[in-house]
Design a protein around this ligand. Structure first.
Ligand SMILES: [Zn+2]
Length: 457
């Protein structure tokens, strides 16, 4: 197959060229290439397939289970131009081994996923077995692990230090959810005692300072552990980014930052709306000033990746459980389907970032940091033919009824897009056309990931 005449977004350039695909891979990029089957991409952008390294399919949060499984969630991802995910696993039983949840998630994904997928391990406690298993799992393609600084299985400072030291030794990545657990819980109690249980108090309970303190602490522990590879998930505030940048200014080379579209595009005024519970997620939406400040960090290259934290619950359910008390509302929002179009429209079409910077944020850097590059995340000879053809000649208004996520709302209802996905290829196969998934069920493959490349810019 040949994709003809598009604006091909390669790692460092945008060139008008053809792409020859043989089997599942890109065989050549050049001019005047031909083959029996042709897709005409004249006037359109030809982008690497998106990689979302922060999703929560099937996530069990105790009071509810995230509604997208590996079928509906990956169909939605595909329709939105994402051709690979790396999922963050839910907690297993107390004391379980590090491979326990990985085994369970293989079962969740098998027979369902339509795009390629990998798993981050989740560290619930730290002991010799867990630290030993971090090495074993490299052979099984799991080369990153998540630690939480809050919630029931939070890891204490000594544990974080031990995990980071081990990660440095092995060359694997540690992803951290940074929030100060003690302060967040104290504030939740205070607010509930005073009857302050409306959605807006969700944001009040988890202030920016709690995020920034935890980022500062984790990054300094990484320094003490010898500049261990540390990936800060869902940075939501300027104050949090200041902690990231301080660590870098002091010479740390292995601190990486992720943000999400919701922190670039939405703000805490949404909690004042009648449907405010839609936006209950952690970290919460922040004061509006943070949107522009985080965009500045994206533009400057201080934020390496944009992921979604996709974790959908029906508004109906959020209201049933949380209408009298935000602390009872399951935390999370959908987003996997709209990351690529929103970031292209708000980033590239609005002139904030180049098409190359967009590809770096949403595909190339995630691939590098999580051991998928150059198989994924880039349009290059020999890479998987995971490709999105993006039409910029037409606009589109986001409405929930056109999306495929298994949830009853989108946080981006009514947002205008100035681009539209034409078609999506995964390993050389057209799987999305006219906003419909047309591939087989269960065609997705488990990604045995390599070690991270720490040169993401
Ligand atoms: Zn998450």
């Amino acid at each position: 197959m040949v994709i003809k005449n598009g604006f091909v977004v390669t790692e460092n350039d945008v060139t008008q060229a053809d792409i020859l695909i043989r089997g599942s891979q890109i065989a050549a990029i050049g001019v005047g290439l031909s083959d029996d089957e042709t897709i005409d991409a004249t006037g359109k952008y030809v982008l690497p397939g998106g990689i979302d390294v922060h999703t929560h399919m099937n996530l069990d949060v105790g009071i509810a289970v995230a509604q997208d499984d590996f079928y509906t969630g990956t169909v939605a991802a595909a329709c939105g131009g994402t051709t690979a995910i790396v999922d963050h696993l839910g907690f297993g039983p107390a004391g379980c081994s590090l491979d326990h949840q990985i085994g369970r998630y293989h079962e969740y994904a098998r027979g369902k996923a339509v795009i390629d997928y990998g798993f981050h391990g989740v560290i619930q406690h730290v002991d010799g077995d867990v630290l030993g298993m971090m090495e074993t799992l490299i052979g099984q393609g799991v080369t990153s692990h998540k630690i939480y600084m809050t919630y029931s299985y939070k890891i204490d400072d000594a544990g974080i230090y031990a995990v980071l030291k081990r990660a440095k030794q092995l060359g694997v990545m540690v992803a951290v959810h940074p929030e100060n657990d003690g302060v967040v819980n104290a504030r939740r109690r205070e607010l509930v005692e005073q009857g302050m249980t409306a959605p807006r108090y969700h944001a009040v309970s988890r202030p920016e300072s709690c995020e920034a303190e935890a980022i500062f602490r984790a990054s300094q522990i990484s320094s003490a552990a010898g500049d261990a590879p540390l990936y800060i998930v869902h940075v939501s505030s300027h104050l949090g980014m200041q902690a990231v940048k301080l660590a870098r200014r002091n010479g740390q080379k292995n601190i990486f930052a992720e943000t999400c579209p919701q922190y670039l595009l939405l703000d805490d005024s949404y909690y004042e709306r009648k449907d405010g519970l839609k936006y209950v997620l952690s970290p919460p939406l922040r004061r509006k000033v943070n949107n522009a400040q985080l965009w500045e960090d994206v533009i400057a290259g201080d934020i390496q990746t944009v992921a979604t934290d996709h974790c959908p619950f029906d508004l109906k359910l959020k209201e049933r459980l949380g209408k009298d008390d935000f602390t009872k509302c399951p935390n999370g929002m959908p987003g996997v389907e709209l990351r690529y179009p929103l970031m292209f429209s708000e980033g590239v079409m609005k002139g904030r970032i180049s098409a190359n910077a967009f590809a770096r944020l949403c595909a190339t850097n995630p691939a590098k940091l999580f051991g998928l590059y150059p198989k994924k995340g880039v349009i290059k000879e020999g890479s998987d033919a995971d490709i999105v053809i993006m039409n910029t000649g037409c606009g589109d208004t986001i409405t929930h009824d056109r999306l495929h996520e298994n949830v009853d709302y989108t946080p981006y209802e009514g947002f205008e897009l100035s681009c539209k996905i034409d078609c999506v290829l995964s390993r050389g196969e057209v799987i999305v056309k006219n906003n419909s998934y047309i591939g087989q069920k269960a065609r997705g493959q488990f990604l045995k990931r390599g070690l991270p490349a720490l040169d993401a810019k």
